[in-house]
Design a protein around this ligand. Structure first.
Ligand code: UTP
Length: 295
C-alpha cells in the first residue's frame, strides 16, 4: 500500500462561536498557550509522514496563510539581536518550498464541500484530513497512530472515541460491525443521530484517512443536514465499496471549536508544560479552593 503523503486541512469555516475574536483573526490562529491551533495540526501531520499540506481556506484568512511564510525582516532583526530562542520558536512555522498549497472555498457550504475543493491537488491516492479545531493530546500523534493501523486495513478510516449516549447527537456516529484491537470495522456512519436510535456510541472526531473515491461520491451526493454537503454522508455512501473502519485513538481530545473545549485545552496544555505547570497548577488550586468551600 502506498504511504499517505498528502493532508487536507479544511480551514474555511467562519468560526462564529468565537466572535468577536474571529471577526478579524481566523479561528485556527487562536493560540493554545503559545502556538496557534493550526500549528498543532501541522505538527501532528508531519509526525505521521505528511509531505504535502493542502489548506482549504477562505476570504479573510490571510493571517493563517502568512503564518507559514518566511518572515525575513523579523528573522533578521532577531538574528541581529542574538535572540536565538525566539528564532528557534519560529522553526515549526517553516515549510519546505512547495509543500503548502492553498485552495479557496468560495462559500462555506459544508465540510464535504471544503474537502471537494482539494480534489485536483490530491489526485488518485489515499490522503488524510485533519480538522485543526480538534486538538488531541497524546504521546504518539493520532494521525501517526492511524497511518500505522491503516497500512493493515486500508479503506476509509475515521478517528473515533467512545462518548456517553446522550452526547451522540452532537457527532457523526459509527455503525460498528466488529472490533479488533483499536480498529472497528463499520457498516457505515450517521451524522448527529438521536441517542435512542444511534447505532453505537463511537463518535467520529476530526481525523480521517480517505480513499480518493470519496471525491467522486462528494460530486454525486446532494446537501445533507443543515443544507451543507456533509463529509459523513459521502464516507457513508462509499462505505460498502471502499470499506470503512473506525480507529479508537490513544489520547485526549479537546473540541477547540467550542469555547468550553478551548478553555479546557488551554488549561490542560499549560499544566502539561514543565516551564508553566508549577505556578499554573498553584494558581488553579487557589482559584478552585473558595468554590469548594462555598459548594
Ligand atoms: P465547524 O462546524 O466547526 O464550523 O467546522 P466553523 O464555521 O469552523 O465554526 P462555527 O460553528 O461557526 O463556530 C468544522 C471544520 O470544518 C471546516 C472548519 O474550518 C472547521 O475546520 N469547514 C466547515 C470548512 O472548511 N468549510 C465549511 O464550509 C464548513
Amino acid at each position: 500500500m502506498k504511504p499517505i503523503r498528502k493532508a487536507v486541512f479544511p480551514v474555511a469555516g467562519m468560526g462564529t462561536r468565537f466572535l468577536p475574536a474571529t471577526k478579524s483573526v481566523p479561528k485556527e490562529m487562536l493560540p493554545l498557550v503559545d502556538r496557534p491551533l493550526i500549528q498543532y495540526a501541522i505538527d501532528e501531520a508531519r509526525e505521521a509522514g505528511i509531505e504535502e499540506f493542502i489548506f482549504v481556506s477562505a476570504a479573510g484568512k490571510g493571517a493563517l496563510e502568512d503564518y507559514f511564510d518566511t518572515a525575513a525582516a523579523l528573522e533578521m532583526s532577531l538574528k541581529a539581536k542574538g535572540k536565538t530562542d525566539a528564532l528557534k520558536a519560529l522553526e515549526p512555522t517553516r515549510m519546505p518550498e512547495g509543500a503548502l498549497t492553498i485552495v479557496r472555498q468560495r462559500q462555506a457550504l459544508g465540510l464535504g464541500h471544503a474537502v471537494r475543493q482539494a480534489r485536483h491537488l490530491v489526485g488518485d491516492e489515499a490522503f488524510a484530513v485533519l480538522l485543526p479545531d480538534d486538538v488531541i493530546m497524546s504521546r504518539k500523534g493520532v494521525l501517526a497512530q492511524m497511518v500505522d493501523a491503516h497500512a493493515r486495513v486500508g479503506g476509509h478510516m475515521v478517528a473515533t472515541m467512545d462518548v456517553p449516549r446522550p452526547a451522540v447527537a452532537s457527532y457523526g456516529v459509527l455503525d460498528v460491525e466488529n472490533q479488533k484491537g483499536r480498529v472497528l470495522q463499520a457498516r457505515g456512519m450517521v451524522e448527529k443521530p438521536r441517542p435512542d436510535v444511534a447505532p453505537s456510541t463511537q463518535a467520529v472526531v476530526g481525523r480521517y484517512i480517505l480513499q480518493p473515491s470519496v471525491f467522486e461520491t462528494l460530486a454525486n451526493i446532494g446537501p445533507g443536514a443543515g443544507g451543507e454537503l456533509q463529509l459523513t454522508d459521502a464516507i457513508n455512501a462509499d462505505a460498502s465499496s471502499a470499506g470503512l473502519s473506525g480507529f479508537q485513538f490513544d489520547g485526549e481530545r479537546f473540541d477547540c471549536g467550542s469555547i468550553q473545549g478551548f478553555v479546557q485545552a488551554t488549561a490542560a496544555f499549560a499544566l502539561a508544560r514543565s516551564d508553566l505547570s508549577t505556578d499554573f497548577s498553584a494558581f488553579i488550586e487557589a482559584r478552585a479552593e473558595p468554590q469548594k468551600i462555598s459548594a
